[in-house]
Write a protein that binds this ligand. Structure first.
Ligand code: SF4
Length: 171
């Protein structure tokens, strides 16, 4: 497996070169890698990543969640393998609605793969980047869900911080 993590396009069922299946054993090196949900040619599939990978979205979620990342190796850094944003996600109203649903619903909060951020974290990051003010309501809705009662205060604190940040950006 590549050192950057196995949650890569090379093992993703949305990569045309994998024929709709997950796992590196399904990867056909003769077929150019192409992300079917982002309409993106993937030059280096075993070092390219996103939050829609099956490890993070086991229900085969085809709506882009946040950017696509590439792996970078820096032998001098403490963290020699890191990921940098390569391509941002498209910004469409349906995508924003989807991200808001992921944030508000604890059943969407899959832990996923340990080397990458969970998809709900990527959804929050993306909504922050887009300055989507409905993120505050989605976090408050999440906080009201009894399934996350233990984390209620932390989530409300986050909602307040987001509100403050948006107010600061507006001012
Ligand atoms: S960009 Fe994401 S969804 Fe597309 S093939 Fe790569 S890991 Fe899968």
């Amino acid at each position: 497996m590549p050192n950057g993590g196995s949650d890569c396009c090379g093992t993703c069922w949305f990569n045309r070169a994998n024929g709709g299946q997950a796992g590196s054993s399904n990867h056909n090196h003769e077929i150019p890698s192409y992300c079917e949900i982002r309409q993106l040619e993937i030059e280096n599939p075993f070092y390219t990543y996103c939050a829609n990978h099956p490890y993070n979205r086991s229900e085969r979620d085809p709506v882009p969640i946040g950017p696509v990342y590439v792996g970078v190796f820096d032998p001098d850094a403490l963290n020699q393998h890191r990921r940098e944003i390569w391509k941002p996600a498209p910004d469409e109203s349906e995508i924003r609605e989807h991200l808001l649903r992921i944030v508000a619903d604890p059943s969407q909060h899959e832990r996923g793969y340990l080397l990458s951020s969970p998809s709900y974290v990527r959804a929050i990051e993306e909504l922050l980047r887009l300055q989507e003010t409905r993120l505050i309501g989605a976090l408050e809705q999440l906080a009201d869900d009894p399934r996350v009662a233990d984390a209620r205060d932390d989530i409300l604190e986050m909602a307040a911080a987001v509100q403050e940040r948006f107010a600061g950006d507006a001012g």
